[in-house]
Design a protein around this ligand. Structure first.
Ligand code: C5P
Length: 202
């Protein structure tokens, strides 16, 4: 059992780093943002948020539409509701304790979900760099509007995620900070693998 907790704001590179770390060590990976996105998507279809969170099934996560910017905003709105967060805790903790090792990325993994994770990373970058990356990612899928709009979206989500009362986005005291603003993917991944190795994985 080995849990790697990777937290940070939207589009800082958590997903890419998490997948690479999971692959390197042979661990399973859970993108916990997908849980909130799946609940957010259900609210867009008219289901009340708490009801949607309580009824969430693993199959609900396999929906490519969850990646879009409207769902991201809906996700960060349902994520402020304490009952929604509570409904998703058991699934996340069970995943963290799986025997083959786990990498989990999100906003509150190192602080709330796995406070005793063997390795904790906080991956961040400037809002402008993150918006630019997210814009390129969305544009490639034909989902983006303009860079300015993406920047406004990223900042609105940062604000909601950092200032909510329940499980706000912040680095755990024992997290290692990786600022990816000036790093390429390989450099960021190498740094993360180094930290996780030092914590005893592999
Ligand atoms: O990581 P992603 O951008 O997919 O997350 C979507 C939203 O879900 C975030 O803006 C945040 O509000 C919420 N979230 C959360 N806690 C997590 C993961 C995501 O509150 N562990």
């Amino acid at each position: 059992m080995f849990c790697v907790a990777i937290d940070g704001p939207a589009a800082a590179g958590k997903g890419t780093i998490s997948r690479a770390v999971a692959q390197h060590f042979g661990f399973a990976h859970l993108d916990t943002g997908l849980l909130y996105r799946a609940v957010g998507a259900k609210t867009m279809a008219g289901v009340p948020a708490i009801k949607a969170a309580l009824a969430l099934m693993p199959g609900d996560l396999d929906n490519p539409d969850l990646r879009g910017p409207e769902v991201a905003q809906a996700a960060s709105k349902v994520a402020v509701i304490p009952e929604v967060r509570a409904a998703l805790v058991d699934f996340q903790r069970a995943f963290a304790r799986r025997s083959g090792g786990a990498v989990m990325d999100g906003r509150d993994i190192g602080t709330v979900i796995c406070p005793r994770a063997e390795a904790k990373l906080f991956v961040t970058a400037s809002a402008e760099v993150r918006a630019k990356r997210r814009f390129q990612e969305l544009a490639a899928k034909g989902l983006a509007n303009s860079l300015d709009e993406v920047l406004v979206d990223v900042k609105a989500r940062d604000d909601r995620d950092m200032n909510r009362a329940e499980a706000p986005l912040r680095p755990a005291d024992d997290a290692v900070l990786i600022d990816t603003s000036e790093l390429n993917i390989q450099e960021a991944v190498d740094m993360a693998i180094h930290v996780v190795t030092e914590r005893g994985a592999g």
